[in-house]
Design a protein around this ligand. Sequence first.
Ligand SMILES: Nc1ncnc2c1ncn2[C@@H]1O[C@H](COP(=O)(O)OP(=O)(O)OP(=O)(O)O)[C@@H](O)[C@H]1O
Length: 231
Amino acid sequence: MIIATNITKQFGKLKALDNVSTSCKEGECIALIGPNGCGKTTLIKSILGMVVPDSGVITFRGKDIKNQWEYRDEIGYMPQIGRYPDNMTIGQVLDMIKNIRNKKTALDEDLIESFLLREILDKRMKTLSGGTRQKVSAALAFLFNPAVLILDEPTAGLDPLASEILKEKIIKEKGKLILITSHILSELDDVVTRIIYMQDGKLLFNKSIEDLKQDTGEVKLAKAIAQVMKI
Ligand SMILES: Nc1ncnc2c1ncn2[C@@H]1O[C@H](COP(=O)(O)OP(=O)(O)OP(=O)(O)O)[C@@H](O)[C@H]1O
C-alpha cells in the first residue's frame, strides 16, 4: 500500500533519513520505534508529503506521491503535537475539518463519544489541557474512517483510561494499515504486527512480531527488542 524506496532527507549537515526503504501493507499495524531524533517523525511526514525527501521515491497504492495530495484523503494523521487555532472551540475545529474534507460517507465519531468531547464542544482550544488536545487530535484522525492511520506518539499525554480507550479503538480498526510511533513498548504489545527500528536516520531492523519473539525467545515486546539491540 505504501512503499518507500531509498529515502534520504538531510537538514543541513544532519541526515534525518539515510537511505530508508520499507513497505507497508493493508492490515498491518506497524510500530516505528527508536531513540529521540532517529527520524521517525521525518519518515512519517515524508509519507504525508509534509517533508519532501532529497532523494528516493514513496508510492501510495502504486502511485508516486510527489506533488500529489488526493491520496491524503485516505490517511488519518494524529501528530505528536496538534496545533489548532487558539480561539476556535473544539466544535468549530471539528466542523472546519469536516468542511475541508467534505466527505459524503458516514463519520466515525466513536472517539468523540468515548472521550466525552461532545460535552465540551464549546471549549476554546487555547484553554484545553495537553491531554484533551491529544483527544481532539485522536478523534480527528479516526473521524473520516480512513484506510490508513498514522499515529505519532498517540498516547503521549493521555491518562491511563484515555490511553486504554485509544488502544481499544486501534485494535477495533484491524484490517486498516496503521503506522504508530511510541516510546512505551508495553503499550504496543497487543496491537502491533511488525516493528521497524530506526537509529540515526537508518532503518536498523524491520521484523514481524512473531519473528522477533521467536528469534529472541522473549514474549514481551520490550524485552525482545532489548535482546535484539544487544546483538
Ligand atoms: N524541520 C527541521 N529542520 C531541522 N532539523 C530537523 C527538522 N525536522 C527534524 N529535524 C531533525 O531531524 C532529526 C530527526 O527528527 P525526528 O523528529 O524525525 O525524530 P524522531 O525520531 O521523531 O524523534 P522523537 O522520538 O523525539 O519524536 C532530529 O535530529 C531533528 O532535530
